[in-house]
Ligand binder design. Structure first.
Ligand code: ATP
Length: 237
């Protein structure tokens, strides 16, 4: 079995008549947290959509857990939390999670586990519509964790969270990775880069680098990963 949960090859995506992914190649290993970093609009969400199989692709391939992205066998094996929380405002948090657990074929007791993991156990009986933005984001993350998927694709999961919660979520991501899960986590905040095991640096539809934080420091001679990104971006310009 290959160590890559995801392999993208020559991936080109056109949106709104423009090339937004320009023939990118990348790998997302199992058992680690891969950070997808780059400025707003560089194509992070589009790449994630291609990985979960909801994006029309003009050229190239994406293989996920040994199947083409979007294959029906992958439905319960891949968790995806979109940037906009995908939860029902008129259900309570617990009702919403029980609904998605049933859809995914996850055991009902999984609801308590994921609520504890995102620190929302005390909100189980509250209507989703009355949660704060950050709490709603965590409820959406809890949905993605149901059924213990082998691959987790998380689009900006820490946006709007206070430092304590951000710390807790990164600890959760690393616990899941240690148990073998492949995680890909997008952010446009460079200070999250150092928390990742691997980094995919993106800019204008290209992958500038696919390496470990230390590998990128060595390659660029910059200790600070934001500076490393800027150096790579300038070299590519
Ligand atoms: N539905 C769409 N129709 C046309 N163009 C789109 C659509 N969605 C995104 N785009 C364009 O595709 C490009 C990549 O967008 P994408 O959402 O992948 O970027 P991103 O890196 O995730 O940005 P952000 O960090 O702001 O979320 C952008 O130029 C965007 O304007």
């Amino acid at each position: 079995m290959t160590n890559s949960a995801v392999t993208g090859t020559g991936l080109r995506v056109v949106r709104g008549g423009r090339d937004v992914l320009r023939g990118v190649g990348f790998a997302i290993p199992r058992g680690s947290v891969t950070g997808l970093l780059g400025p707003s609009g560089c194509g992070k969400t589009t790449l994630m959509r291609a990985v979960v199989g909801v994006q029309n692709v003009a050229e190239g391939t994406v293989e996920v857990l040994g199947r083409p992205a979007g294959h029906p066998d992958l439905r319960a094996r891949v968790g995806y939390a979109t940037q906009n929380p995908a939860v029902y405002a008129d259900l309570t948090v617990a009702e919403c999670l029980r609904y998605f657990a049933a859809v995914l074929g996850a055991p009902a007791h999984d609801v308590d586990r994921v609520l504890a993991e995102v620190d929302l156990a005390d909100r189980a009986a509250q209507l989703v519509g009355s949660l704060s933005g950050g709490q709603r984001g965590r409820a959406s993350l809890a949905v993605a964790l149901l059924g213990e998927p082998e691959l987790l694709v998380l689009d900006e999961p820490t946006v709007g969270l206070d430092p304590v919660l951000r710390e807790d979520l990164w600890a959760l991501f690393h616990r899941l990775a240690a148990a073998g899960t492949a995680l890909v986590v997008s952010s446009h905040v460079m200070d999250e880069a150092a928390r990742c095991d691997r980094l995919l640096f993106m800019r204008e539809g290209h992958v500038l680098a696919d390496d470990t934080p230390d590998g990128l420091r060595a390659k660029t001679g910059e200790q600070d990963l934001e500076q490393a990104f800027l150096r790579l971006a300038r070299a590519a310009a």
